[in-house]
Design a protein around this ligand. Structure first.
Ligand code: SF4
Length: 363
């Protein structure tokens, strides 16, 4: 007997208190809800708030590796033996060239990601200068992922024009000690609070498949609802050789879709991103993820390659969606695939396509 059908779900989501913890749990349980009802309810809110648009994000690992933290899922952690290319912060000209390239590829948001515990004062100075240049030259949002950020640093970044700060919760408070021991869940919560207080949009999400329970998943979605996170990346764990967590646990395409529906229905007006691992774990059901999610990464993830950009754009077009960009979707449906098929890891040319850029292309 299916307990919750589409209309029940929609009604529950629209109550002042939102979807209850128990109803949220039922979305993850095939014995209690059928998948299409969940997807239809998720689609109702996806269209209500985002119509048929897909927001494209492109990541730039502006610094890779050298991290003293021990996050067990991360190829860049101090305990990882993953064969990734590591480098200190890229020169400004290289970062700006990548920002311009992201803009021309249709990115709605350009995300600069630093490995590490948190930014130094010198790093904040460099970062704010770069943010100002990107914002004054390209009509796209800028997001920074810089680890643990103080309230003062969040204000400096906001003043420079930063749109969003990324800091993922990743898993529940209960499960946090199983995935990281060098910083605490409350460190993460305080960074989210600093971003919100500074007036930054919050990008904070999860990684599914690291041994968490259904209750843990609902707990993360619920915390992000409390914070009114504007952007929620839902990642599905990609096991990288050398990382401490060896395998993704419990991920089937149907379960991944249910997780996307859960995050949409608990955070109906938030940007829900079908993030890392969409190709690997949703497989033939990937396109259905767009009925719950309204956002994707293009061009792969931090250290892992994604599918060919053109194939992603074709999937979006085939399903009747379009991208939110000044560059039309049709410009991006021609394959440029030349990636290394022998490894899921990005090569140095994937990570640093503009490594030898010498002049700052923009003011
Ligand atoms: S997730 Fe961030 S803080 Fe954790 S090990 Fe990776 S780079 Fe370091």
């Amino acid at each position: 007997m299916k307990t919750f059908f589409m209309n029940n779900l929609i009604d529950d989501v629209q109550k002042p208190e939102g979807l209850s913890f128990q109803s949220a749990l039922s979305i993850l349980d095939p014995s209690r809800t059928d998948l299409l009802s969940c997807l239809q309810a998720a689609y109702f809110f996806r269209v209500k708030y985002f119509k048929h648009e897909v927001l494209v994000h492109i990541l730039n690992n502006v610094q890779n590796g050298f991290c003293p933290e021990d996050c067990r899922y991360c190829a860049q952690s101090k305990s990882s033996g993953a064969a990734i290319d590591i480098y200190p912060m890229k020169p400004e000209a290289e970062i700006l060239a990548e920002a311009e390239d992201a803009f021309r590829k249709g990115a709605h948001c350009y995300c600069m990601v630093f490995a590490g515990t948190g930014p130094s004062p010198a790093r904040i100075v460099e970062l704010t200068r770069i943010i100002r240049k990107i914002k004054s030259n390209f009509a796209m949002d800028v997001c920074v992922s810089a680890g643990i950020v103080t309230p003062e640093q969040a204000v400096e970044l906001k003043t420079a024009g930063l749109d969003r700060l990324n800091h993922n919760l990743n898993t529940s408070e209960r499960n946090y000690g199983n995935i990281c021991t060098t910083h605490s869940y409350s460190d993460r919560i305080e960074t989210l609070r600093a971003a919100k207080t500074a007036g930054l949009q919050l990008c904070s999400g999860t990684i599914i498949g690291m041994g968490e329970t259904h209750e843990d998943v609902v707990e993360v979605a619920s915390r992000l609802r409390e914070f009114k996170a504007e952007s929620i990346p839902v990642n599905f764990y990609i096991p990288i050789t050398g990382a401490a967590i060896k395998q993704a646990q419990g991920l089937t395409p149907e379960y991944c879709l249910r997780v996307l529906c859960l995050f949409r229905l608990m955070n109906p007006a938030s940007e829900i991103r079908m993030a890392a691992g969409r190709e690997m774990h949703l497989r033939s059901l990937e396109v259905m993820g767009l009925y719950a999610a309204n956002s994707i990464f293009l061009q792969g993830y931090l250290n892992v390659q994604g599918e060919d950009n053109a194939r992603t754009m074709q999937m979006i077009a085939d399903a009747g969606f379009t991208i939110k960009s000044e560059i039309p979707l049709e410009h991006h449906t021609q394959s440029t695939c030349d990636k290394n098929q022998n490894s899921i890891l990005k090569t140095i040319s994937d990570l640093r396509p503009f490594q030898h850029t010498e002049k700052t292309p923009i003011k």
